[in-house]
Design a protein around this ligand. Structure first.
Ligand SMILES: Cc1cc2nc3c(=O)[nH]c(=O)nc-3n(C[C@H](O)[C@H](O)[C@H](O)COP(=O)(O)OP(=O)(O)OC[C@H]3O[C@@H](n4cnc5c(N)ncnc54)[C@H](O)[C@@H]3O)c2cc1C
Length: 528
């Protein structure tokens, strides 16, 4: 079946990752008419596979990427205020030993080799302190505490760490539930008038004078549809080049560099709530982060990803690399059997011709092409942390095409569930526990960190778990599943257990299959 939309949207966005939904939300809030198409689930690609940090990127200072680090550091607190439910402060412990050597080709290492050749690849403590001093002061920090030196002997921070590390530096960054950030932006965009279509692939788009004609296919029903828009936004993430060349059939020299990053998840490796920042002898860094209450997240790798059609997975080699890397720091031995889950994503980096995947720029690049009539904006690179600024800059670039476009508005504006001051988090969690005393503390925490003030809308007037309908296991109730299907675009179990939340870590295959069957049944009944 084929149908056509006669309405002409101001903006048609290809891609429901963080950059696509961020641009859609910003544009809708400025009164523009917006349509967004995502070929799978929202955040089904890179935007659910990140390390989930709102961070400036301490290691980018080694590359003198001061603008990028500064913008991201300022954003950290801006976003923490706007989404105090799905984002929270974290302390990072960076163990230091004077004999640690680094084989890295950063501009900083080259300077050190030139001016302090006797260091032979060692990074002096003053250099790390200087980096952390800049990190503390570049972004106008108000909420997050600054850097301090901590001893690792006889302290909780030192307990899991090998005894040769006696000192560490501790600094701040923030955590964010990446896939939830995407869904909440999509919901907010919709609340401001945008049309959000999931499981809808853009198969082609062509210019007809000043208008784009866009063809989509519904991945479930096969139904095709034509849409019209004044401006097209290509936020295809890893597919940005493919959309540009194959879907839009444009000639362009712009390229994307696909760099895979993988993470491993183990059962909780230590008992406190801080993260570790480990430096490797190869010049790379990895994090070990408390994850989903019972687990530890370790990542990431940097590997060229050749084939876009291949779903990225953590290879055995990447898993062993991470085990080995973390094993240099942790007292206890880690092995493949400790790994309970892995995930992998592809960074769609702008191809700046850098020699290695680690050195390729993490900054975003926005390119407008209006040579053939109606304009298109392509999005390359970017970080979860800077998505809101990226969206503002994208709309700045589109200002010439819309007379009287309204100005920036998203700074500090809360996303659904985040309408409360960040200082009130603990009190609100306690209040939620009080209101639903039948919920275990872990569930209260999970629900608050997912839904914030909307948790009470999910749970309603329930006085016992049985009032929430069917129990799918691990604290997942029918009421929550219905909320996710009706309010958060979830269409199958995978959307719920690996993206809207991470209950897949607690549910077995049979429970996930039962959830999926229930959801398909519910959708069939609704359609009938
Ligand atoms: C391992 C790793 C760790 C990272 N860690 C961090 C971190 O800690 N902090 C941070 O700030 N950033 C981090 N990043 C970077 C961040 O995750 C990405 O920059 C960001 O998610 C990219 O978002 P996007 O919207 O551009 O792409 P995506 O999330 O990939 O979205 C693009 C979407 O477009 C859709 N699409 C493509 N073609 C079509 C089509 N024809 N029709 C319809 N839809 C289409 C895809 O299905 C996809 O969902 C990390 C990245 C990786 C890989």
């Amino acid at each position: 079946m084929h149908s056509a939309d006669s309405k002409i949207s101001d903006l048609f966005v290809i891609g429901g990752g963080i950059n696509g939904v961020g641009i859609a939300r910003d544009a809708a809030g400025r009164g523009m008419s917006v349509t967004l198409a995502e070929m799978n689930d929202l955040a089904s690609a890179t935007s659910s596979a990140s390390t989930k940090l709102f961070h400036g990127g301490l290691r980018y200072l080694e590359f003198f990427k001061v603008r990028l680090v500064r913008e991201a550091l300022i954003e950290r607190e801006e976003l923490l205020r706007a989404l105090p439910h799905i984002s929270w402060p974290m302390r990072f412990v960076l163990p230091y030993h004077k004999d640690m050597r680094f084989d890295s080709d950063t501009p900083t290492s080259r300077l050190l080799t030139t001016f302090m050749p006797w260091m032979k690849g060692r990074r002096p403590a003053w250099l790390i302190r200087l980096g952390l001093f800049m990190y503390d002061h570049l972004g106008g920090r108000k909420i997050l505490p600054g850097t301090k030196t901590v001893t690792l002997s006889g302290t909780p921070e030192g307990a899991p760490i090998d005894e040769r590390f006696e000192t560490a530096y501790e600094y701040s960054d923030c955590w964010v539930q990446d896939a939830r950030l995407v869904v909440l932006n999509a919901r907010d965009a919709e609340a401001r008038g945008a049309k959000i279509m999931v499981q809808t692939k853009v198969t082609s788009a062509r210019r007809e004078d000043d208008i784009w004609i866009i063809e989509t296919t519904d991945q479930r029903s096969g139904e095709t549809r034509s849409h019209k828009a004044k401006v097209l936004v290509n936020a295809g993430g890893p597919w940005v080049g493919q959309v540009l060349q194959e879907t839009l059939r444009l000639n362009s020299r712009e390229g994307v560099r696909l760099v895979r990053g993988s993470h491993i998840v183990t059962k909780k490796l230590y008992d406190h709530d801080k993260c570790y920042f480990f430096q490797g002898t190869d010049g790379r860094i990895i994090f070990a982060i408390p994850y989903e209450q019972d687990f530890t997240l370790i990542g990431t790798t940097d590997a060229e990803h050749e084939n876009l059609d291949e779903r990225p997975v953590c290879t055995d080699q990447e898993r062993d690399y991470l085990i080995d890397f973390a094993g240099h720091y942790f007292k206890r031995d880690l092995c493949a059997e400790d790994v309970v889950w892995t995930y992998s994503g592809v960074r769609p980096l702008y191809d700046d011709g850098a020699s290695s995947a680690t050195a390729a720029t993490r900054d975003y690049v926005l390119k407008v092409d209006e040579t053939g009539g109606a304009p298109v904006l392509h999005v390359f690179g970017g970080k979860i942390t800077t998505y809101r600024r990226l969206a503002e800059n994208a709309l700045d670039k589109l200002t010439p095409f819309f007379d009287g476009m309204e100005g920036k508005w998203t700074a500090g504006v809360a996303l659904p569930g985040g309408h409360f001051p960040v200082e009130e988090v603990e009190a609100r969690i306690a209040k939620l526990a009080q209101r639903y005393p039948f919920l275990p503390q872990k569930s209260v925490l999970r629900l608050f960190r997912a839904y914030g003030t909307e948790a009470t809308e999910v749970l309603g007037q329930a006085r016992g778990f049985e009032d929430l309908g069917h129990d799918f296991g691990a604290g997942l109730s029918e009421a929550e599943v219905v909320w996710l299907m009706e309010r958060e675009y979830a269409t199958c179990a995978e959307d719920i257990v690996w993206r809207r939340g991470k209950l897949g870590l607690h549910l077995d295959q049979a429970q996930i299959a039962a959830l999926d069957a229930w959801m398909q049944d519910k959708q069939a009944t609704k359609a009938a």
